[in-house]
Design a protein around this ligand. Structure first.
Ligand code: GTR
Length: 384
């Protein structure tokens, strides 16, 4: 999946390391009142809520947690392309609030003939040709390989929640279930809506007799990698979160201004982030946070990032720094063996540590079998 690089914003992208500004990054271990943060209690009661609120108000917007009713209906609309090895459940999840309701669809494969309970991987899909009618693009979502490894796997398409379009993104759960969010500077936008849907998928998985939802993995690529990270910051039920090539507003440090900038992303995709994020167009230095604080909102649960060498628009080095610095919460607060020893320029193979991991591969922006294969080695080590 090659996404054309659009550089229509006023400032041309910087790809020159020597032009990256000196970084002044907020310290995860000093609270807004200047208190030093050492213990799990200090982190969870003081610093983590401060950082969460900053991301919510300045970057992603709210992800509302309340609703009144939820129901699950298994339908049969498509033939099962893997009927030899898997059971297929096509599930309509209907959620009600204030007398209105909205239905999202998940497509869900379980290994057979074993009964389980199985670990489960949920992929947030946004490929243009795969809203829920067609079930799978195997290059992107390798259902067969996942099933053969004894994993159940589900996916939903973002179009069934909130369209990925600046003009119509409210025509889903935002206008139907959460209309009071519209117009707020920190209101619900597309990433929050897609994350909300991942949470509803988890509601389904949690009550499923053949699923071990404690062993759950949330996966997103690029725009849905950004979404996966914000989802897990909001929902502690995901054991492992994988953001592939999630770049600007995901893994990568915004203050590096390398490749895609806040102005570029807000110009092309004004429906993704909170309106407050617009304040930082061309002014990354004034952001009161940066993306290295995001993995800390997920810790001590596992976080995995990956990059592609040619995907400079997503800033591979900025992604690496995001996880290298971000893993300090796992290691220094939670005592995990999670220290990234090497500089970005030095290491080669994947870095698979306790609860954090990273790899970079050759090639362009895409979620490939190579990414899945290397990530699945991390999953095996980190799902016990
Ligand atoms: C790019 C966009 C990135 C990333 C990507 C994708 O064009 O600039 O932020 O989200 O699309 O989702 O593939």
């Amino acid at each position: 999946i090659l996404i054309p690089l659009n550089t229509m914003s006023q400032t041309p992208p910087n790809y020159n390391e020597s032009k990256v500004p000196a970084l002044h990054l907020p310290d995860p271990f000093v609270s807004e009142k200047g208190k030093l943060i050492h213990t799990v209690e200090d982190w969870e009661k003081t610093r983590r809520p401060e950082i969460f609120r900053l991301f919510e108000s300045e970057v992603y917007g709210q992800l509302p947690k309340d609703f009144e009713a939820i129901s699950f209906e298994v339908v049969k609309e498509n033939a099962n392309p893997f009927s030899q090895i898997a059971d297929l459940e096509e599930v309509n999840i209907t959620v009600g609030r204030n007398g209105k309701s909205h239905t999202i669809r998940i497509n869900f494969f379980l290994p057979k003939p074993q009964k389980g309970p199985f670990p489960v991987i949920l992929l947030i899909n946004y490929l243009p040709n795969y809203p829920d009618g067609k079930l799978v693009d195997e290059a992107f979502w390798p259902v067969r390989e996942l099933i053969q490894r004894g994993l159940a796997t589900a996916s939903f398409h973002v179009e069934t929640v909130a369209p990925d379009d600046a003009k119509t993104y409210q025509n889903g759960i935002i206008s139907t279930l959460y209309p009071e969010q519209i117009g707020k500077s920190d209101g619900l936008k597309a990433f929050g809506a897609w994350g909300w849907a991942a949470m509803r998928a988890m509601d389904y998985l949690e009550q499923h007799p053949r699923i071990d939802s404690k062993k759950s993995v949330l996966v997103g690529h690029s725009r849905t990698g950004k979404t996966a990270l914000w989802t897990s910051a909001n929902d502690p039920r995901w054991a492992i979160t994988y953001a592939n090539e999630s770049g600007c507003g995901g893994a990568a440090l915004s203050k590096r201004k390398f490749g895609e900038t806040i102005e570029a992303i807000n110009t092309r995709f004004p429906h993704w982030f909170a309106d407050n994020f617009l304040k930082y167009n061309g002014k990354e230095e004034s952001l009161p946070l940066d993306q290295h604080l995001l993995p800390g909102l997920i810790a001590p649960r596992a976080v995995y990032y990956s990059s592609a060498r040619e995907d400079r628009w997503a800033d591979p080095k900025g992604e690496y720094l995001g996880i290298q610095l971000g893993s300090r919460i796992a290691s220094e607060i939670y005592g995990k063996k999670a220290v990234f020893e090497k500089e970005f320029e030095e290491f080669e193979g994947p870095v698979h540590l306790e609860s954090v991991g990273y790899h970079i591969r050759e090639g362009a922006h895409d979620l490939t079998w190579e990414d899945w294969r290397i990530f699945l080695e991390f999953v095996e080590k980190n799902l016990d």
